[in-house]
Design a protein around this ligand. Structure first.
Ligand code: TRH
Length: 385
Protein backbone atom coordinates (compact mmCIF):
# COMPACT_ATOMS: atom_id res chain seq x y z
CA UNK A 1 0.00 0.00 0.00
CA UNK A 2 1.48 3.35 -1.06
CA UNK A 3 1.43 6.23 1.36
CA UNK A 4 -0.88 8.72 -0.28
CA UNK A 5 -2.10 12.16 0.66
CA UNK A 6 -5.85 12.55 1.26
CA UNK A 7 -7.95 15.68 1.69
CA UNK A 8 -11.31 14.96 3.33
CA UNK A 9 -13.92 17.74 3.38
CA UNK A 10 -16.77 17.79 5.88
CA UNK A 11 -19.54 20.25 6.58
CA UNK A 12 -21.38 19.79 9.85
CA UNK A 13 -25.06 19.84 8.89
CA UNK A 14 -27.19 19.80 12.03
CA UNK A 15 -25.86 16.92 14.08
CA UNK A 16 -22.70 14.95 14.81
CA UNK A 17 -22.95 12.18 12.20
CA UNK A 18 -21.06 13.91 9.38
CA UNK A 19 -18.08 14.83 11.51
CA UNK A 20 -18.38 11.55 13.47
CA UNK A 21 -17.98 9.48 10.31
CA UNK A 22 -15.24 11.55 8.66
CA UNK A 23 -13.19 11.83 11.86
CA UNK A 24 -13.39 8.07 12.31
CA UNK A 25 -12.40 7.40 8.70
CA UNK A 26 -9.51 9.89 8.81
CA UNK A 27 -8.11 8.28 11.97
CA UNK A 28 -8.37 4.80 10.56
CA UNK A 29 -6.63 5.75 7.29
CA UNK A 30 -3.71 7.11 9.33
CA UNK A 31 -3.54 4.44 12.04
CA UNK A 32 -4.15 1.29 10.02
CA UNK A 33 -3.06 2.20 6.49
CA UNK A 34 -0.24 4.71 7.14
CA UNK A 35 -1.92 7.40 5.02
CA UNK A 36 -1.43 11.14 5.30
CA UNK A 37 -4.78 12.84 5.90
CA UNK A 38 -5.97 16.45 6.09
CA UNK A 39 -9.50 16.80 7.43
CA UNK A 40 -11.25 20.08 6.52
CA UNK A 41 -14.14 20.91 8.85
CA UNK A 42 -16.38 23.99 8.79
CA UNK A 43 -17.50 23.78 12.44
CA UNK A 44 -14.73 22.97 14.91
CA UNK A 45 -16.94 23.75 17.93
CA UNK A 46 -19.26 20.84 17.10
CA UNK A 47 -16.26 18.67 16.29
CA UNK A 48 -14.80 19.43 19.74
CA UNK A 49 -17.79 17.70 21.37
CA UNK A 50 -16.50 14.39 19.95
CA UNK A 51 -12.84 15.29 20.25
CA UNK A 52 -12.48 17.21 23.53
CA UNK A 53 -8.75 17.97 23.10
CA UNK A 54 -9.43 19.91 19.90
CA UNK A 55 -8.95 23.68 20.08
CA UNK A 56 -11.72 25.29 17.97
CA UNK A 57 -9.75 28.55 17.80
CA UNK A 58 -6.83 27.05 15.86
CA UNK A 59 -6.91 27.09 12.05
CA UNK A 60 -4.65 24.01 11.94
CA UNK A 61 -3.75 21.33 14.45
CA UNK A 62 -2.83 17.64 14.46
CA UNK A 63 -4.85 15.16 16.49
CA UNK A 64 -4.19 11.41 16.47
CA UNK A 65 -2.03 11.80 13.40
CA UNK A 66 -4.71 13.64 11.38
CA UNK A 67 -4.06 17.22 10.23
CA UNK A 68 -7.25 19.06 11.13
CA UNK A 69 -7.85 22.24 9.14
CA UNK A 70 -10.56 24.80 9.74
CA UNK A 71 -12.59 25.18 6.54
CA UNK A 72 -13.21 28.94 6.55
CA UNK A 73 -15.68 30.64 4.16
CA UNK A 74 -12.61 32.21 2.51
CA UNK A 75 -10.92 28.96 1.52
CA UNK A 76 -7.10 28.79 1.51
CA UNK A 77 -6.12 30.12 -1.97
CA UNK A 78 -2.74 28.34 -1.80
CA UNK A 79 -4.30 24.89 -1.28
CA UNK A 80 -2.87 22.13 -3.43
CA UNK A 81 -4.94 18.92 -3.48
CA UNK A 82 -3.55 15.59 -2.35
CA UNK A 83 -3.82 12.50 -4.55
CA UNK A 84 -7.27 11.82 -3.10
CA UNK A 85 -10.03 14.33 -2.46
CA UNK A 86 -13.07 13.11 -0.57
CA UNK A 87 -16.13 15.26 -0.19
CA UNK A 88 -18.27 13.78 2.54
CA UNK A 89 -22.03 13.54 2.06
CA UNK A 90 -22.14 15.74 -1.05
CA UNK A 91 -20.74 18.81 0.71
CA UNK A 92 -20.02 21.63 -1.75
CA UNK A 93 -16.29 22.15 -2.38
CA UNK A 94 -15.16 25.78 -2.73
CA UNK A 95 -14.80 27.07 -6.32
CA UNK A 96 -11.11 27.79 -5.77
CA UNK A 97 -10.60 24.16 -4.69
CA UNK A 98 -12.40 22.90 -7.80
CA UNK A 99 -10.10 25.04 -9.95
CA UNK A 100 -6.98 23.88 -8.10
CA UNK A 101 -8.03 20.24 -8.62
CA UNK A 102 -8.47 20.81 -12.36
CA UNK A 103 -5.06 22.48 -12.63
CA UNK A 104 -3.15 19.96 -10.50
CA UNK A 105 -0.76 17.56 -12.17
CA UNK A 106 -1.52 14.75 -11.78
CA UNK A 107 -5.15 15.50 -11.11
CA UNK A 108 -6.53 14.08 -7.85
CA UNK A 109 -8.92 11.16 -7.65
CA UNK A 110 -12.17 12.70 -6.42
CA UNK A 111 -14.77 10.79 -4.46
CA UNK A 112 -18.05 11.61 -2.84
CA UNK A 113 -18.60 9.55 0.29
CA UNK A 114 -22.33 8.86 0.43
CA UNK A 115 -24.62 8.26 3.39
CA UNK A 116 -24.97 4.67 4.54
CA UNK A 117 -27.95 2.78 3.19
CA UNK A 118 -29.07 -0.86 3.24
CA UNK A 119 -31.10 -0.44 0.05
CA UNK A 120 -30.25 -2.79 -2.84
CA UNK A 121 -29.94 -0.07 -5.53
CA UNK A 122 -26.72 1.32 -4.07
CA UNK A 123 -24.81 -1.74 -5.32
CA UNK A 124 -25.35 -0.64 -8.92
CA UNK A 125 -24.26 2.94 -8.20
CA UNK A 126 -21.27 2.22 -6.00
CA UNK A 127 -18.02 3.33 -7.68
CA UNK A 128 -19.68 5.03 -10.67
CA UNK A 129 -18.14 8.26 -12.02
CA UNK A 130 -19.90 11.45 -13.05
CA UNK A 131 -18.19 14.15 -15.12
CA UNK A 132 -18.12 17.54 -13.34
CA UNK A 133 -17.96 21.09 -14.72
CA UNK A 134 -14.25 21.42 -13.85
CA UNK A 135 -13.50 18.54 -16.24
CA UNK A 136 -12.83 15.94 -13.54
CA UNK A 137 -14.78 12.78 -12.89
CA UNK A 138 -16.25 12.43 -9.42
CA UNK A 139 -16.78 8.88 -8.14
CA UNK A 140 -19.57 7.86 -5.82
CA UNK A 141 -18.55 5.66 -2.91
CA UNK A 142 -21.53 4.03 -1.21
CA UNK A 143 -21.11 2.50 2.24
CA UNK A 144 -23.37 -0.50 2.64
CA UNK A 145 -24.07 -3.94 4.02
CA UNK A 146 -23.59 -5.99 0.86
CA UNK A 147 -20.38 -7.47 -0.62
CA UNK A 148 -20.66 -5.18 -3.69
CA UNK A 149 -21.03 -1.95 -1.69
CA UNK A 150 -18.32 0.16 -0.04
CA UNK A 151 -18.74 -1.67 3.28
CA UNK A 152 -19.06 -0.39 6.85
CA UNK A 153 -16.69 1.66 8.97
CA UNK A 154 -15.10 -0.49 11.65
CA UNK A 155 -11.59 -0.34 13.07
CA UNK A 156 -9.50 -3.51 12.79
CA UNK A 157 -8.93 -3.92 16.54
CA UNK A 158 -12.45 -3.00 17.65
CA UNK A 159 -13.87 -6.51 18.06
CA UNK A 160 -10.97 -7.62 20.27
CA UNK A 161 -11.29 -4.49 22.43
CA UNK A 162 -15.02 -4.97 22.80
CA UNK A 163 -14.68 -8.66 23.64
CA UNK A 164 -12.05 -7.95 26.30
CA UNK A 165 -14.34 -5.31 27.83
CA UNK A 166 -17.42 -7.51 27.87
CA UNK A 167 -15.49 -10.52 29.23
CA UNK A 168 -14.65 -8.57 32.39
CA UNK A 169 -17.78 -7.35 34.26
CA UNK A 170 -15.68 -5.19 36.60
CA UNK A 171 -15.05 -2.82 33.68
CA UNK A 172 -18.73 -2.04 33.29
CA UNK A 173 -19.12 -1.66 37.05
CA UNK A 174 -16.16 0.75 37.14
CA UNK A 175 -17.59 2.75 34.21
CA UNK A 176 -21.00 3.06 35.86
CA UNK A 177 -19.40 4.07 39.17
CA UNK A 178 -17.29 6.70 37.40
CA UNK A 179 -20.43 8.04 35.67
CA UNK A 180 -22.21 8.33 39.02
CA UNK A 181 -24.87 5.72 38.21
CA UNK A 182 -26.68 4.80 41.45
CA UNK A 183 -26.44 1.12 42.50
CA UNK A 184 -29.20 -1.02 40.95
CA UNK A 185 -30.69 -4.46 41.72
CA UNK A 186 -28.90 -7.40 40.06
CA UNK A 187 -31.74 -8.01 37.58
CA UNK A 188 -31.63 -4.43 36.32
CA UNK A 189 -31.48 -3.92 32.55
CA UNK A 190 -29.17 -1.07 31.48
CA UNK A 191 -30.34 0.92 28.46
CA UNK A 192 -28.58 3.81 26.71
CA UNK A 193 -30.64 6.46 24.95
CA UNK A 194 -29.22 8.57 22.10
CA UNK A 195 -32.08 9.00 19.65
CA UNK A 196 -33.83 12.07 18.29
CA UNK A 197 -36.88 13.47 20.03
CA UNK A 198 -39.96 11.33 19.34
CA UNK A 199 -43.55 11.33 20.52
CA UNK A 200 -43.07 7.60 21.23
CA UNK A 201 -40.59 8.23 24.02
CA UNK A 202 -43.01 9.24 26.82
CA UNK A 203 -44.94 6.04 26.11
CA UNK A 204 -41.79 3.97 26.37
CA UNK A 205 -40.68 5.73 29.56
CA UNK A 206 -44.07 5.01 31.07
CA UNK A 207 -43.89 1.33 30.03
CA UNK A 208 -40.49 1.09 31.71
CA UNK A 209 -41.65 2.87 34.86
CA UNK A 210 -44.72 0.59 35.12
CA UNK A 211 -42.86 -2.59 34.11
CA UNK A 212 -42.09 -5.70 36.18
CA UNK A 213 -38.30 -5.36 36.10
CA UNK A 214 -35.96 -2.49 36.92
CA UNK A 215 -34.48 -0.43 34.09
CA UNK A 216 -31.59 1.99 34.35
CA UNK A 217 -31.68 4.51 31.50
CA UNK A 218 -28.41 6.27 30.67
CA UNK A 219 -28.88 9.40 28.58
CA UNK A 220 -25.93 11.33 27.14
CA UNK A 221 -26.31 15.10 26.81
CA UNK A 222 -28.12 16.30 23.74
CA UNK A 223 -31.50 16.73 22.14
CA UNK A 224 -33.16 13.70 23.66
CA UNK A 225 -32.00 14.43 27.21
CA UNK A 226 -33.64 17.84 26.99
CA UNK A 227 -36.83 16.24 25.62
CA UNK A 228 -37.37 14.14 28.77
CA UNK A 229 -38.41 17.15 30.84
CA UNK A 230 -42.18 17.19 30.18
CA UNK A 231 -42.60 13.53 31.08
CA UNK A 232 -40.34 13.80 34.11
CA UNK A 233 -41.81 17.14 35.11
CA UNK A 234 -38.31 18.31 35.98
CA UNK A 235 -35.15 19.06 33.99
CA UNK A 236 -32.47 16.37 33.81
CA UNK A 237 -28.91 17.41 33.07
CA UNK A 238 -25.62 15.55 32.78
CA UNK A 239 -24.77 14.31 36.28
CA UNK A 240 -28.42 14.33 37.48
CA UNK A 241 -30.52 11.26 38.23
CA UNK A 242 -34.22 10.74 38.87
CA UNK A 243 -36.47 7.79 39.63
CA UNK A 244 -40.01 6.98 38.42
CA UNK A 245 -41.39 3.58 39.47
CA UNK A 246 -39.09 0.87 38.11
CA UNK A 247 -37.19 3.38 36.00
CA UNK A 248 -33.94 5.01 37.10
CA UNK A 249 -32.83 7.83 34.78
CA UNK A 250 -29.28 9.18 34.67
CA UNK A 251 -27.99 12.12 32.59
CA UNK A 252 -24.45 11.67 31.26
CA UNK A 253 -21.89 14.06 29.78
CA UNK A 254 -21.02 13.64 26.13
CA UNK A 255 -17.64 11.92 25.74
CA UNK A 256 -15.27 11.19 22.88
CA UNK A 257 -16.18 8.38 20.50
CA UNK A 258 -14.18 5.77 22.40
CA UNK A 259 -16.04 6.66 25.60
CA UNK A 260 -19.37 6.31 23.82
CA UNK A 261 -18.32 2.87 22.53
CA UNK A 262 -17.62 1.76 26.09
CA UNK A 263 -21.10 2.89 27.13
CA UNK A 264 -22.65 0.88 24.26
CA UNK A 265 -20.60 -2.20 25.16
CA UNK A 266 -21.82 -1.93 28.76
CA UNK A 267 -25.56 -1.71 28.12
CA UNK A 268 -28.10 -4.47 27.53
CA UNK A 269 -29.99 -2.41 24.96
CA UNK A 270 -28.91 0.69 23.04
CA UNK A 271 -31.30 3.17 21.47
CA UNK A 272 -29.32 4.88 18.72
CA UNK A 273 -29.82 7.09 15.68
CA UNK A 274 -28.44 8.48 12.42
CA UNK A 275 -25.53 6.63 10.90
CA UNK A 276 -22.56 6.33 13.18
CA UNK A 277 -24.13 5.49 16.56
CA UNK A 278 -26.35 3.05 14.63
CA UNK A 279 -23.24 1.19 13.42
CA UNK A 280 -21.44 1.40 16.75
CA UNK A 281 -24.45 -0.24 18.41
CA UNK A 282 -24.08 -3.12 15.96
CA UNK A 283 -20.37 -3.44 16.75
CA UNK A 284 -21.28 -3.49 20.46
CA UNK A 285 -22.89 -6.90 19.78
CA UNK A 286 -25.87 -5.97 21.93
CA UNK A 287 -29.52 -5.53 20.95
CA UNK A 288 -30.38 -2.06 19.69
CA UNK A 289 -33.24 0.05 18.44
CA UNK A 290 -32.54 2.40 15.52
CA UNK A 291 -34.17 5.82 15.33
CA UNK A 292 -33.42 6.69 11.72
CA UNK A 293 -32.86 10.30 10.58
CA UNK A 294 -36.22 11.60 9.41
CA UNK A 295 -36.67 12.55 5.73
CA UNK A 296 -39.49 14.00 3.68
CA UNK A 297 -42.31 11.75 2.44
CA UNK A 298 -41.31 9.06 4.94
CA UNK A 299 -38.42 7.90 2.71
CA UNK A 300 -36.58 7.07 5.91
CA UNK A 301 -39.13 4.35 6.72
CA UNK A 302 -38.24 2.56 3.46
CA UNK A 303 -34.58 2.77 4.43
CA UNK A 304 -35.39 1.44 7.86
CA UNK A 305 -37.28 -1.52 6.38
CA UNK A 306 -34.42 -2.22 3.94
CA UNK A 307 -32.04 -2.50 6.87
CA UNK A 308 -34.42 -4.56 8.97
CA UNK A 309 -34.87 -7.02 6.11
CA UNK A 310 -31.10 -7.56 5.99
CA UNK A 311 -30.60 -7.56 9.73
CA UNK A 312 -33.38 -9.86 10.83
CA UNK A 313 -32.48 -12.90 8.71
CA UNK A 314 -31.08 -14.74 11.74
CA UNK A 315 -34.23 -14.32 13.86
CA UNK A 316 -37.34 -16.46 14.29
CA UNK A 317 -40.51 -15.23 12.56
CA UNK A 318 -42.04 -14.07 15.87
CA UNK A 319 -38.90 -12.25 16.98
CA UNK A 320 -38.64 -10.53 13.58
CA UNK A 321 -42.20 -9.28 13.74
CA UNK A 322 -41.79 -7.98 17.28
CA UNK A 323 -38.54 -6.18 16.43
CA UNK A 324 -39.97 -4.62 13.27
CA UNK A 325 -43.14 -3.51 15.06
CA UNK A 326 -41.11 -1.97 17.89
CA UNK A 327 -38.96 -0.04 15.41
CA UNK A 328 -41.86 1.18 13.31
CA UNK A 329 -43.83 2.32 16.33
CA UNK A 330 -40.83 4.15 17.83
CA UNK A 331 -39.79 5.73 14.53
CA UNK A 332 -43.33 6.81 13.71
CA UNK A 333 -43.79 8.27 17.18
CA UNK A 334 -46.62 6.00 18.37
CA UNK A 335 -46.59 6.49 22.14
CA UNK A 336 -49.60 4.28 22.86
CA UNK A 337 -47.92 1.33 21.11
CA UNK A 338 -45.03 1.26 23.56
CA UNK A 339 -46.92 -0.52 26.36
CA UNK A 340 -47.54 -3.33 23.86
CA UNK A 341 -44.20 -3.36 22.04
CA UNK A 342 -41.93 -3.29 25.07
CA UNK A 343 -43.17 -6.54 26.71
CA UNK A 344 -43.01 -8.21 23.28
CA UNK A 345 -39.42 -7.12 22.85
CA UNK A 346 -38.61 -8.49 26.33
CA UNK A 347 -40.05 -11.89 25.39
CA UNK A 348 -37.45 -12.23 22.63
CA UNK A 349 -34.55 -10.42 24.29
CA UNK A 350 -32.36 -13.55 24.64
CA UNK A 351 -32.75 -14.27 20.95
CA UNK A 352 -31.93 -10.66 20.10
CA UNK A 353 -28.76 -10.83 22.17
CA UNK A 354 -27.68 -14.08 20.58
CA UNK A 355 -28.17 -12.67 17.07
CA UNK A 356 -26.53 -9.34 17.93
CA UNK A 357 -23.40 -11.30 18.89
CA UNK A 358 -23.28 -13.16 15.58
CA UNK A 359 -24.21 -10.30 13.25
CA UNK A 360 -20.95 -8.24 13.17
CA UNK A 361 -18.72 -11.10 11.92
CA UNK A 362 -21.25 -11.92 9.23
CA UNK A 363 -21.63 -8.41 7.89
CA UNK A 364 -17.91 -7.55 8.09
CA UNK A 365 -16.69 -10.74 6.42
CA UNK A 366 -16.07 -8.98 3.07
CA UNK A 367 -13.87 -6.28 4.68
CA UNK A 368 -14.60 -2.99 6.41
CA UNK A 369 -15.12 0.34 4.62
CA UNK A 370 -11.58 1.73 5.01
CA UNK A 371 -10.05 -1.51 3.65
CA UNK A 372 -12.42 -1.51 0.69
CA UNK A 373 -11.80 2.19 0.05
CA UNK A 374 -8.03 1.83 0.10
CA UNK A 375 -8.21 -1.20 -2.19
CA UNK A 376 -10.56 0.62 -4.55
CA UNK A 377 -8.22 3.62 -4.69
CA UNK A 378 -5.16 1.43 -5.32
CA UNK A 379 -6.89 -0.43 -8.14
CA UNK A 380 -7.85 2.81 -9.80
CA UNK A 381 -4.56 4.67 -9.35
CA UNK A 382 -2.27 1.72 -10.07
CA UNK A 383 -4.20 -0.24 -12.67
CA UNK A 384 -6.91 2.18 -13.82
CA UNK A 385 -9.74 -0.26 -12.95
O1 TRH B 1 -25.69 13.07 15.21
P1 TRH B 1 -26.47 12.23 14.30
O2 TRH B 1 -27.90 12.40 14.35
O3 TRH B 1 -25.98 12.39 12.82
C1 TRH B 1 -26.84 12.39 11.74
C2 TRH B 1 -26.67 11.22 10.83
O4 TRH B 1 -25.34 11.00 10.43
C3 TRH B 1 -27.54 11.42 9.62
O5 TRH B 1 -27.34 10.38 8.71
C4 TRH B 1 -27.20 12.75 8.98
O6 TRH B 1 -27.97 12.97 7.89
C5 TRH B 1 -27.40 13.86 10.01
O7 TRH B 1 -26.58 13.60 11.10
C6 TRH B 1 -27.08 15.20 9.46
O8 TRH B 1 -26.19 10.68 14.68
P2 TRH B 1 -24.91 9.76 14.47
O9 TRH B 1 -24.68 9.47 13.03
O10 TRH B 1 -25.11 8.62 15.34
O11 TRH B 1 -23.67 10.59 15.00
C7 TRH B 1 -23.42 10.83 16.36
C8 TRH B 1 -21.94 10.86 16.64
O12 TRH B 1 -21.73 11.30 17.96
C9 TRH B 1 -21.28 9.50 16.53
O13 TRH B 1 -20.03 9.60 15.86
C10 TRH B 1 -21.05 9.09 17.97
C11 TRH B 1 -20.78 10.43 18.59
N1 TRH B 1 -20.92 10.51 20.06
C12 TRH B 1 -19.79 10.74 20.82
O14 TRH B 1 -18.67 10.79 20.26
N2 TRH B 1 -19.91 10.84 22.17
C13 TRH B 1 -21.10 10.74 22.82
O15 TRH B 1 -21.14 10.84 24.06
C14 TRH B 1 -22.26 10.48 22.02
C15 TRH B 1 -23.59 10.32 22.68
C16 TRH B 1 -22.14 10.39 20.64
Amino acid sequence: MHKRHWDIFCTVVDNYGDIGVTWRLARQLVAEFGQSVRLWVDDLASFARLCPDLDPALPQQTRQGVAICRWDPEFDPAWQPGELVIEAFACQLPDSALRAMAQASPRPLWLNLEYLSAEAWIDDCHGLPSLQSNGLAKYFFFPGFSPRSGGLLCEGSLTAQRQAWQADPTRRQALFAQLGVPAQPSNCRYVSLFTYETAALPGLLQAWADGEDPICLLVPEGRVLASLQPWLDQPLKAGDSARRGQLQLVGLPMTDQAGYDRLLWSCDLNLVRGEDSFLRAQWAARPFLWHIYQQEDDIHLEKLQAFMARYMTGLSVEARQALLDFHLAYDRGEAEQMAIQWPQWCQHSTEYLDWAQRWPAQVLSGGDLASRLVQWVENRLEYGV
